[in-house]
Design a protein around this ligand. Structure first.
Ligand SMILES: [Fe+2]
Length: 202
């Protein structure tokens, strides 16, 4: 029923598991799928998030770099993607630039097109010249970056650039922030344990 989405999820986890976190050396295996206990809504879905105007450019960029096969799988699934934002992010706690500048295509999640309790996974898009400021959450998280030019900040420390094909692991409650340069970010992002998107502290 969701052939292209299942294929995308399988390929994304396989690519993540084939890499090591550049800083800790950690290798992350795909967690077993936990069946959904009860449906719940943690996302605000839509297909008109302003950041999506950068999707074509981000895909084209990703196709010129190391994870071109994931970009192709993402493109093949594009008609089935369910773009979203965190339902807890609004004008009271997040600035307008971020609300206009990011979206997340949910794949596996309690409210995703492939429903499950865990692991959550999907694809994050960020517009150029955007800061996703310090935030943290209980589940351990991985990012697999497809596009060049984004910098990362862990534990409110120094910023470092992340190149396509790099795996980044955020430990439970580890503070993290991302800042794009003149190109959009496209990245596979996953939580390894069950968690509530609306419980992110930002
Ligand atoms: Fe995170």
């Amino acid at each position: 029923m969701h052939g292209a989405l299942d294929e995308l999820v399988d390929r994304s986890w396989a690519a993540a598991a084939a890499r090591r976190d550049a800083r800790s050396g950690a290798v992350i295996a795909r967690p077993p799928t936990m069946p959904l206990r009860e449906p719940r809504q943690e996302s605000r879905f839509g297909n008109a998030f302003p950041v999506l105007e950068h999707f074509e450019r981000a895909l084209a960029l990703a196709r010129r770099h190391e994870l071109a096969d994931l970009a192709a799988a993402l493109e093949a699934a594009r008609g089935e993607l369910r773009w979203s934002q965190n339902a807890a992010y609004d004008e009271t706690n997040v600035d307008r630039a971020l609300l206009d500048g990011y979206a997340y295509a949910v794949l596996t999640a309690p409210d995703g097109p492939l429903p499950c309790e865990a692991p959550l996974c999907g694809y994050l898009m960020m517009a150029p010249d955007l800061l996703y400021r310090d935030h943290r959450h209980a589940p351990r998280e991985i990012y697999l970056v497809l596009t060049p030019g984004t910098r990362w900040c862990l534990d409110s420390g120094d910023w470092f650039e992340v190149t396509p094909g790099e795996l980044i692991v955020h430990e439970p409650w580890q503070m993290h922030a991302m800042r794009t340069g003149d190109q959009p970010l496209l990245a596979f992002a996953a939580w390894l344990e069950p968690g509530d998107r609306t419980a992110i502290r930002i």
